[in-house]
Design a binder for this molecule. Structure first.
Ligand SMILES: [Mn+2]
Length: 435
């Protein structure tokens, strides 16, 4: 992708600084994570840290001070050395970081322990996630001690620690133009990779081969890789919601559920399709698929500006309940099934979740007892499903072993709901017969 548009980060920081008022915000970069022994995972920055700094390297700490007239945004970064560069490559030095991030100052990390408590103590609250880093925990303890003394003398000093989500989640919920572009690109790449992955679905293929086609499709198009562990679940594996072993061989009568999404510039897509491995899939599987597809269609139609997010779920539940009734899976009427929540054994999750820098992005599902209303900038998935694990459905044993989910990504805009992944057919047909 092109370089990020000029300084969306600056605008985000301005928004956060004005919210902080008399408080400060302390955000450490995510640590490098060990996979096992001395092997490391590829580095991925912390979403909140990246959202405000645009900085992608490990080891830094961002400090924002809403109460201050100067040094409002400081970055502490590790010192570079020839030894470090030999092993892990060149890192930008303080001056380059300052230019790239627009910080008021960039300081070496070794000065953090001495300077941070002082810098934090003058505000009255510190937004910080306790336990995020030992270095920052210690600085916050120091700041609270100083703040107590300052407060006694001047009436203002750090005396409370608040989760940074309280200042950031609401901003991250409404995506700006730079974020919308990333989400669209993640969706575009995901659709193309899904076409390749679904073409690899056939009897006798390993689930891992479909996974390889999907994730290869992400990487070939420049995505960082999968945003989360890809699911390729043939037959009854699809009844395990977070199945990701992807180690079974696809049978001729199987439905195959594929759930994956590319991560592009740290923004996630999240798509699911469920398709027949061949023409040999049974009638029951096709009927369940048709029910989920209808729920998916109606739920997408319910994504309208001003509508409550919970309404999307309600519409999907209604359609699924009608389907469960028609399939003979649950006794009673559709409205009775909704009322008694007797669909829950077969649809145990929600229809929507927010997406963004995190595949399950921050943002409320209930505010003051009410569902949030859909507004431009909000991005979320729509993913109804039905799952019938073994032994779950005495009333209709033929359904047991079937799992279906269909999932698309939606971005609310001024014009309405933009289904980012609508180019990918939602049908169940085997190769070539989808639509
Ligand atoms: Mn999802």
């Amino acid at each position: 992708m092109d370089a990020l548009p000029a300084f969306p980060f600056l605008r985000r920081r301005d928004a956060v600084l004005s919210r902080l008022e008399s408080a400060s915000l302390l955000l450490p970069a995510a640590p490098v994570r060990a996979k096992n022994a001395d092997a490391e995972y590829r580095y991925r920055p912390d979403s909140e840290f990246f959202y405000l700094t645009g900085w992608e390297e490990a080891g830094g700490v961002a400090l924002l001070r809403g109460f201050a007239d100067e040094k409002r945004f400081l970055l502490f970064v590790p010192e570079t050395s020839p030894e470090q560069e030999m092993w892990t490559g060149k890192r930008r030095d303080a001056r380059e970081v300052q230019a790239a991030c627009g910080a008021d100052g960039v300081l070496p990390l070794e000065r953090f322990a001495d300077e941070a408590p002082e810098l934090l103590a003058g505000g009255d609250r510190i937004y910080y996630r306790l336990g995020a880093s030992e270095r920052c925990d210690a600085a916050v303890r120091g700041a609270l001690g100083r703040g107590r003394r300052l407060r006694a003398r001047s009436g203002r000093g750090a005396h409370a620690v608040i989760d940074p989500g309280a200042a950031l989640d609401d901003l991250r919920l409404r995506k700006d133009a730079a974020e919308a572009a990333r989400l669209r690109e993640a969706a575009r790449v995901t659709v193309l990779a899904f076409e390749e992955a679904l073409a690899a679905v056939r009897p006798g293929a390993g689930e891992w081969e479909v996974e390889a086609a999907l994730e290869g499709g992400f990487r070939r198009r420049g995505a960082r890789g999968p945003a989360y562990a890809s699911i390729v679940a043939a037959g009854r594996n699809a009844c395990t919601l977070h199945y990701c072993a992807n180690s079974s061989v696809i049978g001729p009568e199987d439905l195959v559920l594929v759930d994956g999404g590319a991560e592009v510039d740290f923004y996630a897509a999240d798509v699911t399709r469920t398709v027949c491995a061949s023409d040999g899939a049974g009638e029951a599987a096709r009927e369940v698929h048709a029910v989920v597809r209808e729920a998916h269609r109606r739920a997408l139609a319910a994504c309208r500006p001003g509508a409550p997010l919970a309404g999307v779920h309600a519409v999907a539940v209604e359609a699924l309940a009608e389907g469960l009734c028609g399939l003979g899976a649950v006794p009673g009427t559709a409205s009775g099934i909704v009322e008694a929540k007797s669909y829950r054994p077969y649809f145990p999750h929600q229809t929507t979740h927010w997406i963004g820098l995190d595949v399950h992005d921050c943002g409320p599902y209930l505010e003051g007892g009410r569902s949030p209303v859909l507004e431009p900038g909000m991005a979320f998935t729509v993913e109804p499903g039905l799952y019938f694990p073994d032994g779950s459905c005495p009333a209709a044993r033929a359904l047991e072993g079937i799992g279906v989910r269909i999932e698309d990504d939606v971005l609310m805009t001024e014009e309405g709901a933009e289904v980012l992944t609508s180019a990918l057919p939602a049908g169940a047909g085997p190769m070539g017969g989808r639509g």
